[in-house]
Design a protein around this ligand. Sequence first.
Ligand code: PMP
Length: 426
Amino acid sequence: KYSAANVAQVTAANAAIAPLEAGDFRDWPEYRQVAAIEGFFAGENPYCAPREGTIGRQVTIAGRDYDTFCGYNYLGYNGSQAVEKAVIRALRRHGSSASASRVAGGECDIHRELESALAAHLGSEDTIVTVGGYIANVACIRFLMGEGDLILFDEYCHNSLIEGCASSKARRMQFHHNNLDHLEKLLASQRNQHRRALIVVESVYSMDGDIVDLARLVDIKRRHNAYLMVDEAHSIGVLGERGRGLCEHAGVDPREVDILMGTLSKSLASCGGFIAGSRALTGLLRYIAPGFLLYSAGIPPTSCAASLAVLQILATDNSQVLKLQQNAARFRAIARELELDTGLADTTPIVPVMLGAAGDSVEKMAWVTRELFRRGIHVVGITYPVVPRNEARLRFFLTAEHSEDQYRRALTLTREVMREILEVQP
Ligand code: PMP
C-alpha cells in the first residue's frame, strides 16, 4: 500500500542491501582499524607478538625478554616436565590427531580418561570435551535453547556465550553486570511466558576479574525454575583451596550448576573446552548436539594428555594454586598502595588497571601499552568494544610463577607511564 513512509522504508531497506563490489579487502572501511594498529605499533607490536618458548612470568619476543602479564598459564604447568612427558607419551601412542570425529573413528581412550578426571576434579557426574572453549559455549547454548525459551545473561558475558545466545532461537535478555536483583526482576516478569529458562553467567569475569555470587544464583534459579550455566574458564585451577573452581570457593555443591563450562587453555595447560553436568546432559551433547562429537574432529590426544597430567598433579598437590592466590592478593594490594584503580577486581588473578582519563581514547591506551612494552613489560591494553566506552584498561594476568619484585616493578612502571604519557594522576 502506497504511503510516503512506506516508500522511505523500502528505499532504506534496498539501500542497505545494495550489492557492493567484491574488491580488495584493504578497501573495506573496517580495514582502517587494522592499518591503524599495524602502523602505530610498527616493529614493536605487543599484540599478536610471536614468542619464543613458553609463556609464564617471562616471555621472549624477537630475542628480548619481557616480564609478561598476558598469559593464562595460571599454574605454570605449560612447559613443565610432567606435561611434556605426558604429551610425548600420547603422541607416540595415538599420533598427533584424532583423525576423525569421535562418533566415527576419532575416539581415543585418553578422551574418556580426561573426561573422567575432569568430572572427578569438579565433582560433577560427567563431562564432555571439545576442541575449544569458544565452540563449547556456542554449541551448547545454541543446541539447548530454542523457540519459546528464555535466556538471561550477564551483560559482561564473554563473546562466546553471547554468540551462543545469539545463534539460538530463544528470546534473549541481558541483565546488568552482577546485578542479581535485576536478574530476579526479569525472571519475575518473563519466566511464565516462556517454556524453558536459562541463566548464563561467568564465575570470574575475564575483563574485570570479579566473581559472581553463586549461592544466591542457585537460590534464584531454583525459585524461578530455571537452568543455570556457569562459564568457569578463569576459575578452574584458580579458585578454591584445591583449584576446583567457583563451587569450591563458594561452598556450593557442583551438581547445583546445571551446565558448567570450562576450558583446557588456561590453568590446564592445553587447548580445548568442556561442559560438565549430569550424565543426561553430556549424553545429549555427545550424541545429538552439533559441534561436540558431531560435525567436528575430536580434540587431539596430545591436548588431552597435557590437561590430564595437570589434573593428576592437582589431585594431590595444590601448592601452585595457593601460590597463584597469594600472588593475586599481593598484586592487588601493591596496586592499591600505588593508588592505581583496579576496578571491580576481586580475589582473582585477573586484575585490570583502569586508565581513568585515558579511558576515553584508544590512542592513549595504545601509548601506555607501547611505552610499557618498550620498558620490558608485556601487558596489553583493552578498549571499546571489548569493554564499555571510557573504561579502557590494562589487563594483568597473574600466575603462580610471578615474583613480587617483578609485579611491583611492573606496577611502578605503569604508574610512571600513566603520569608521563597521559599527564593524569592515576
Ligand atoms: N569463556 C571465557 C570466559 C573466556 O575467557 C574464554 C577465552 N579466553 C573462552 C570462554 C573461550 O575458551 P577457549 O580459549 O578455550 O576457546
